[in-house]
Design a protein around this ligand. Structure first.
Ligand code: NAD
Length: 504
């Protein structure tokens, strides 16, 4: 274990300063690769959160009134600082999340895409204008920022998700409060330093570290206008319902249980490679990870299982400090135990473990939170391992007889984040993209995560509310539209009109 001196005591970032926690409550931040506690994160009280909201509220009017081009300039500087500080960012992300360096680099790059889109706010905020809509009246619609808005983030993308949730919110003129995941708070605090260096006024970017107490204050405080949440489905549902009760705009993205359909005509070597990366990358801790492979037909299933066994045997599970590591640990001991328990229940319910990641020496001997790649065949709907999201490297094979059966099963599932099909048959692909009830759909693409300038959101239990993460739709979510009708001329009549206004 790390000695007491090595355990950093973290802060919040409020009013442009690192501010010590006052609650006396702390969470432990682990290095999942070694199992050591590396920091203590303060867990804010409702009062501390309220004080942070008040500072954000006070800072908001000046930021709103700054020209949108000047705001975009700050974002451009922030973007450059992110790339200049890439090495430091990777070091922090890998230490607190256990991801490989390559994977973390991908995450930072995708996060920067959101900043890039937000730099375009001057264009994206343009409204609509109509001349002479009636009686020398011109009408226009314009987008105004909301005020104080909050983002609540999950642990699995310490930088990409917070940047996707907040960059546009800042650019369009809001004051943003991030409640970072208490399991990976160091990345958010470092990002705060970069915002400050970029010239963002104090109070426009705040990081409140904490848990349920801080979140509940954000949900209930009348000054907070909108909530962007990303995390697990049960919490997403709670955030959506509670936020709506307090009259806020809420987008709450939840978990995923994503399928890869394999048609008999697909190139199975290629599919196996695609599946392994998309299924086990980041120790399967991605909302868009492939959980289930659905081969169509027994022959396709038998062939691909044989190929997968050979390829999974070659995977290297280990530390991000070793260059050839394919994936690292899961985030916590609790998480490791949950994945191992899910595998056991899967076996008990009749699934066949065709590759057992529990047997790797690193799983048994390391103090880090490692689980090896595990593959369960003959998984069936109704089994817990099929129905529930497992946030770790236990993956399923569900054998189906036809494309129709695959579509029917997927559409019946509670979650609908991502899905993909591998085929050379255009008609099958078209039927699939038309009939599937899932938000992000791939054709011969392993993880169909949209680029930053397309909208990102699942369907069904993977998203509550109608907002998105990434994409131009965010402008609508983080602004309110006023429609203004103006007449600038000598009055045509001084008499009052009591008829309903018409276009005459
Ligand atoms: P989580 O739901 O446990 O936590 C997310 C956030 O909510 C954290 O900041 C946490 O502090 C807070 N929180 C947790 N419990 C709470 C409660 N009872 N009341 C109020 N706040 C609470 O999720 P996680 O384990 O950090 O992240 C993994 C989950 O996030 C997975 O389910 C994954 O699929 C999902 N995820 C979804 C997307 C997406 O785009 N749909 C993206 C990334 C992660």
């Amino acid at each position: 274990m790390a000695t007491a001196q090595e355990v950093k005591v973290l802060t919040h970032f409020i009013g442009g300063e690192m501010v010590e926690g006052k609650s006396g409550r702390f969470g432990s931040v682990y290095n999942p690769t070694t199992g050591e506690i590396i920091a203590k994160v303060p867990l804010a009280t409702a009062e501390e959160t309220r004080a942070a909201i008040e500072q954000a509220q006070a800072a908001f009017p000046a930021w709103r009134d700054l020209s949108v081009a000047k705001r975009a300039e700050v974002l451009l500087k922030f973007r450059n600082l992110l790339t200049e500080n890439m090495d430091k960012l990777l070091q922090i992300i890998c230490t607190e999340s256990g991801k490989t360096i390559e994977d973390a680099k991908g995450e930072v790059t995708r996060g920067i895409e959101s900043v890039d889109l937000a730099i375009g706010a001057p264009h994206l905020m343009k409204g609509e204008y109509s001349v002479n809509v009636g009686g020398q009246i011109n009408a226009y619609s314009a987008k105004y920022p909301l005020g104080v808005v909050a983002a609540i983030s999950p642990f699995n993308f310490p930088i990409m998700v917070p940047l996707a949730q907040t960059s546009m919110a800042v650019a369009v003129g809001n004051a943003v409060i991030l409640k970072a995941s208490e399991r990976v708070p160091m990345t958010a605090l470092f990002v705060s330093e970069l915002w400050k260096k970029a010239g963002l006024p104090d109070g426009i970017w705040t990081v409140v570290n904490g848990d349920k107490d801080a979140v509940n204050e954000l949900l209930e405080n009348p000054a907070v206008q909108a909530i962007s949440f990303v995390g697990s489905t049960p919490v997403a549902r709670y955030i959506y319902e509670t936020g709506a009760k307090y009259g806020k705009r809420v987008t709450a993205l939840g978990g995923g249980k994503n399928n890869m359909i394999v048609m008999p005509d697909a190139d199975l070597e290629q599919v196996a490679d695609a599946f392994i990366g998309a299924a086990y990358g980041a120790a399967s801790q991605r909302c868009m990870a492939i959980s289930t492979l659905m081969p169509v037909g027994e022959e396709t299933a038998d062939r691909i299982v044989a190929i997968l066994k050979k390829k999974i045997a070659e995977l290297k599970v280990g530390s991000y400090t070793e260059p050839d590591t394919d994936f690292g640990p899961v985030i916590s001991q609790q998480s490791k135990e949950a994945v191992l328990a899910a595998i056991e229940r899967g076996e008990a319910e009749g699934a066949e473990v065709v590759w057992d990641g529990r047997e790797l020496p690193i799983v048994k001997e390391s103090k880090g939170f490692f689980v090896g790649p595990t593959l369960l065949d003959h998984v069936k709907p109704g089994m817990e391992i099929y129905e529930q999201e497992v946030f770790g490297p236990a993956r399923n094979i569900v054998r189906v007889a036809s494309l129709e059966e695959a579509i029917e099963l997927i559409n019946r599932h509670e979650l609908g984040n991502g899905v993909t099909i591998f085929t050379n048959d255009g008609a099958a692909a078209r039927k699939f993209t038309t009939e599937i009830d899932v938000g992000m759909v791939g054709v011969n693409v392993p993880i169909p995560i949209p680029v930053g300038y397309h909208n990102f959101a699942g369907f069904k239990g993977s998203r509550f509310g109608d907002g998105v993460m990434f994409g131009p739709e965010q402008v609508r979510f983080f602004t309110k539209t006023k429609t203004i009708s103006e007449r600038w001329t000598a009055p045509v009549s001084t008499a009052s009109t009591f008829a309903f206004p018409s276009n005459d």
